[in-house]
Design a protein around this ligand. Structure first.
Ligand code: PEP
Ligand code: MG
Length: 538
């Protein structure tokens, strides 16, 4: 039995076989061939298979995460059919008499280099796509493809790390658990696992070895452990633990339809955090009362160029319509720092977490901001919308935002576009905002405390830096005092106050938050029922 330890980002026990997910093997052998016709046929067959896979991925992504994020697989299909790309490959096979893998590899390298040398950011971005389709073809040709579509049954994914574009490929019904060597509690993988209610470990000291593929394992999301080839006693113990966890989860189903109210009769709005249209299913399944944080930047992260007003409008409208009048709070673009997007062409910074990010980008790139606000206000006619702005530090910023909001509303009114009533709020995620929350509150309808950033800025501990874990105390008195101060100031000026950072789901603090007077908690959908139970016990 092999035991490896990681940091648990979602509780639960999963028992099943391991699926080692690795990026396609890149190394290719250069082999001279004689039968060029046979080699061309091999290439054509691989291309056909790749095309089939891409079509499947497009459909799957469209259903799971929406049209705009699925577009990338459409682009890949076009590139795969590109005349220059194909002529170069077949030319190397026919004229140089080289094997198909080598022909694809060389063509991929040459075309990617050509794209990278271009001025235009969009074209430079195509280099990664060329690499992606070439890797796909090579791994089909040399038989090393370990594709998520090939997962035969529900499995425990073991990977070095997973990029958002990779997690999107998995058939969610076939995931038992996710274990990664890298990643952090706030990584996209962790968010996905929480949304899906499956145990997940990050920063695990596990080797990503092919020999683990198919072997039996147990992931204990309570203890942060993965057992490979568990012995009889461990299997028995963890099977019992799983049974108990399953029973508890089943019991939690009883919480569906119940009010989120404390014993003292105070109603707490229990909302969900989402990253895309596809997460609405989990919100509804877990009987959440609304959406307290839609991280809209994931729409931008899933595109190769600025998402148009129309693309954004469709996404926001879909979420609002599906929530049927329940509150949906959409946060405007929060990029910069760890969330970099090539086509924004942001300057390199020595200290990006304290740099040009979030509202600072929106206030200086007004056209980008206005496109998003137009899409949001247009969508507001289809449900109950709240808009919130990230990384605020001053009243001046709120005034500037409101000026732009008024411009947008006026434009839409002139165009006879209907808009609904929209609440405007800000995230309290800088110490400056918390300390001056008495000055900010009169200007907004609500505050939502972003404890992930508020903690990193208050404690001066980079939230991405795993090596500082021992210094990090999420319950630090400084953070709790800032939360208390923010709630009190919100109430003093008639605003409501919620928490949408990860701390909102920390059950050790639930009673304290209730005591402090919190009005709303917005958490990953998978935490909803458990938190409702906890609140009802307060
Ligand atoms: C936060 O900072 O707490 C927050 C909710 O926003 P994000 O995690 O997206 O920075
Ligand atoms: Mg934040």
């Amino acid at each position: 039995m092999i035991v490896r330890e990681g940091k648990s980002v979602f509780k639960g026990v999963a028992i099943g076989s391991i699926f080692v997910y690795r990026k396609a093997e890149k190394a290719v052998n250069k082999v001279e061939i004689e039968d060029t016709a046979a080699e061309l046929a091999r290439f054509e067959a691989a291309k056909e298979k790749a095309m089939e896979q891409l079509k499947g991925l497009y459909e799957k992504a469209r259903v799971d995460v929406g049209e705009e994020e699925a577009m990338i697989f459409d682009v890949h299909q076009m590139l795969l059919d590109d005349l220059d790309y194909n002529e170069s490959i077949t030319g190397i096979i026919e004229n140089d008499k080289m094997n198909a893998e080598y022909a694809v590899f060389m063509t991929g390298e040459q075309m990617a280099a050509m794209f990278l040398s271009m001025e235009d950011d969009y074209m430079r971005g195509r280099a990664a796509d060329i690499h992606d389709i070439s890797d796909r073809l090579i791994s089909i040709l040399n038989g090393t493809q370990v594709s998520p579509e090939a997962m035969p049954e529900p499995v425990i994914i073991v990977a070095e790390d997973l990029a958002p574009s990779e997690t999107v490929q998995f058939d969610k019904s076939k995931l038992l658990a996710i274990v990664t060597q890298k990643g952090s509690a706030n990584s996209h993988t962790a968010i996905l696992a929480r949304t899906m209610n499956i145990p997940s470990l990050v920063t695990t000291d596990i080797e990503i070895e092919q020999q683990y593929h198919g072997r039996q394992a147990i992931v204990d999301g309570f203890a942060g452990l993965i057992y490979i080839d568990p012995d009889e006693a461990t299997l028995e113990k963890l099977t019992k633990k799983k049974k108990k966890a399953d029973e508890q989860r089943a019991l939690l189903q009883e919480m569906k339809g119940k009010e989120t109210v404390t014993k003292g009769g105070k109603h707490i709005h229990l909302y969900s955090n989402i990253g895309g249209v596809g997460d609405v299913d989990a919100v509804l399944e877990n009987d959440s009362e609304g959406i307290g944080l839609f991280r809209s930047e994931f729409l931008y992260l899933g595109c190769d160029d600025y998402p148009s007003e129309e693309v954004q409008f469709e996404a926001y409208k879909t979420v609002l319509s599906r929530m049927e009048g329940k509150k949906v709070i959409i946060r405007t673009l929060d990029i910069g720092a760890d969330k970099q997007i090539d086509y924004f062409d942001l300057p390199k910074e020595d200290n990006p977490a304290l740099g040009y990010r979030a509202i600072r980008i929106c206030l200086t790139r007004k056209e980008v901001f206005k496109t998003q606000l137009r899409a949001l206000f247009r969508a507001s006619a289809f449900g109950t919308l709240g808009i919130m702005f990230p990384m605020i530090i001053s009243v001046k910023e709120i005034e500037q935002i409101k000026e732009i909001v008024e411009e947008v509303k006026l434009e839409l009114a002139r165009e006879d576009v209907p808009v609904g009533e929209v609440e405007l709020g800000i995230m309290i995620e800088t110490p400056a905002a918390a300390v001056t929350s008495d000055l900010l509150a009169p200007h907004v309808d609500f505050f939502s405390i972003g404890t992930n950033d508020l903690s990193q800025y208050t404690l001066a501990i980079d939230r991405q830096n795993q090596s500082l874990d021992n210094f990090f105390d999420p319950h630090h008195e400084a953070i709790l005092r800032l939360i208390q101060m923010t709630i009190e100031n919100a109430h003093k000026y008639g605003a409501w106050c919620g928490i949408c950072g990860e701390l909102g789901a920390d059950e050790e603090l639930t009673a304290k938050f209730v005591q402090m007077g919190i009005d709303e908690l917005s958490v990953s959908p998978g935490y909803t029922l458990e938190l409702r139970k906890r609140i009802r016990e307060c």
